[in-house]
Design a protein around this ligand. Structure first.
Ligand code: ADP
Length: 310
C-alpha cells in the first residue's frame, strides 16, 4: 500500500519513520513545500529500512502521491510573535486549502489522515474543503492522549497498558475528557480492579493521572520544543488499522453528526477503523459530570471551527 505524507517536518517525518519500522507501507512518499527537507527526510528514513522492512521511501511532488490509499497531512505553519490563535488558524486553513486540493487531484480515492494542530479544527476544515464523507477525513485526535491515559493507569495498577481499556474523549487539548466511569482493566471495572490489587484509585491518584495526560505535551515542549515521536507512532497505528482492515477501536476525530448536545463537530470518541476509514462511532457510557465536560469540549470546538473563514 502506498502512503503519502504532506509536511515532512518533525511530525510528518516521525510518522514516516514509524511506518517504515513497522513495515506497514510498501511505498512511502514525502512531500513538502521545502523539497530539500522532504528529500533529506526520505533519504534518512530509507537508511533505516534495510534493518527492518522493505518499504520504498521517496520524496516527490504531489504527482508522486498518485495511487496513495492514505495521505497523512502534517503540513502547517508555526505561530509568529504576537499572532493570535485565530490568525494562526486562518494561515493554517490557507495551507490546507492548497494541500487538500492538490492531494485529491492526484489521489481522489485516498483517506486523509490529519495531524496538523489544532487537530480537531483542522479535521473539520479538511472535511469542509474536501467535500469527502467524514469517514474518510480522520484526525489523529486523542489517540495519543488515550495511549498516555492507559499507560499511566497501567503503571499505577502494575499491568500493561494493553490490558487497560479507557478512552480520552473530546478535544485533543485543554478541554479533553478522561472517561473514568467506563474504564476497564481486563474486563473488570477500574475501581474494583484497583481495590483487588490493593492500589486504590484515590482522588489524588486520579488527579495526578489526569494532570499527567492533560499536561504531557506541555512538559515535553518545555524540555525539547515540540512533540513528535508519540504522535508519529499513533499515526502509524491508524494507518495500520486501515492498511490491514483491522476494524480496530481507536479514539480519533472526525466530523460527527451529534456529540452530547452539539451537532456537526469534529472531536474524538472511540471509533471502528478499517480499510474504508471510520466504520462506526461508539458513544461510551458517561456519568453526568463526564457528559457535561464532553458537551463543553464539543461546544468549544464547534465555536472555534465556525470562527475560521475559509
Ligand atoms: P511539526 O512539528 O508540526 O511537524 P514542522 O514545522 O516541523 O511542524 O513541520 C511542518 C512542515 O509543513 C514544514 O516542513 C513545512 O515546510 C511544511 N509546510 C508548510 N506549508 C506547506 C504547504 N503549503 N505544503 C507543503 N508543506 C508545507
Amino acid at each position: 500500500m502506498k502512503v503519502g505524507i504532506v509536511g515532512a517536518g518533525m511530525v510528518g517525518s516521525s510518522a514516516g519513520y514509524a511506518l517504515a519500522l513497522m513495515g506497514i507501507a510498501s511505498d512511502l512518499v514525502l512531500v513538502d513545500k521545502n523539497a530539500a527537507l522532504a528529500l533529506a527526510q526520505a533519504e534518512d528514513i530509507s537508511h533505516a529500512v534495510p534493518f527492518v522492512s522493505a518499504t520504498t521511501v521517496i520524496a516527490g511532488d504531489y504527482a508522486a502521491l498518485a495511487g496513495a490509499r492514505v495521505v497523512i497531512i502534517a503540513a502547517g505553519v508555526s505561530q509568529k510573535p504576537g499572532e493570535s490563535r485565530l490568525e494562526l488558524l486562518e494561515r493554517n486553513a490557507a495551507v490546507f486549502r492548497d494541500v487538500v486540493a492538490a492531494v485529491l487531484r492526484v489521489a481522489p480515492e485516498a483517506i486523509l489522515l490529519i495531524a496538523s494542530n489544532p487537530v480537531d479544527i483542522m479535521t473539520q476544515i479538511a472535511t469542509r474543503l474536501s467535500g469527502l464523507p467524514p469517514q474518510r477525513v480522520i484526525g489523529s485526535g486523542t489517540i495519543l492522549d488515550t495511549a498516555r491515559f492507559r499507560s499511566l493507569v497501567g503503571r499505577h495498577l502494575g499491568i500493561s497498558p494493553q490490558s487497560v481499556h479507557a478512552y480520552v474523549l473530546g478535544e485533543h487539548g485543554d478541554s479533553e475528557v478522561l472517561a473514568w466511569s467506563s474504564a476497564r482493566a481486563g474486563s473488570i471495572a477500574l475501581g474494583s480492579f484497583a481495590d483487588q490489587v490493593v492500589k486504590p484509585l484515590t482522588d489524588e491518584v486520579r488527579l495526578s493521572i489526569d494532570d499527567g495526560v492533560r499536561n504531557a505535551a506541555y512538559k515535553i515542549i518545555n524540555g525539547k520544543g515540540s512533540t513528535y515521536y508519540g504522535i508519529g507512532a499513533g499515526l502509524a497505528r491508524i494507518v495500520k488499522a486501515i492498511a490491514q482492515d483491522q476494524c480496530d477501536v481507536l479514539s480519533v476525530s472526525i466530523v460527527t453528526a451529534k456529540v452530547a448536545d452539539i451537532e456537526d463537530v469534529a472531536l474524538s470518541i472511540p471509533r471502528v477503523i478499517g480499510a474504508g476509514g471510520v466504520i462506526a462511532d461508539l458513544f461510551p457510557d458517561l456519568d453526568d459530570g463526564e457528559y457535561q465536560s464532553l458537551n463543553r469540549s464539543a461546544s468549544i470546538l464547534k465555536e472555534r471551527a465556525e470562527s475560521v473563514r475559509l
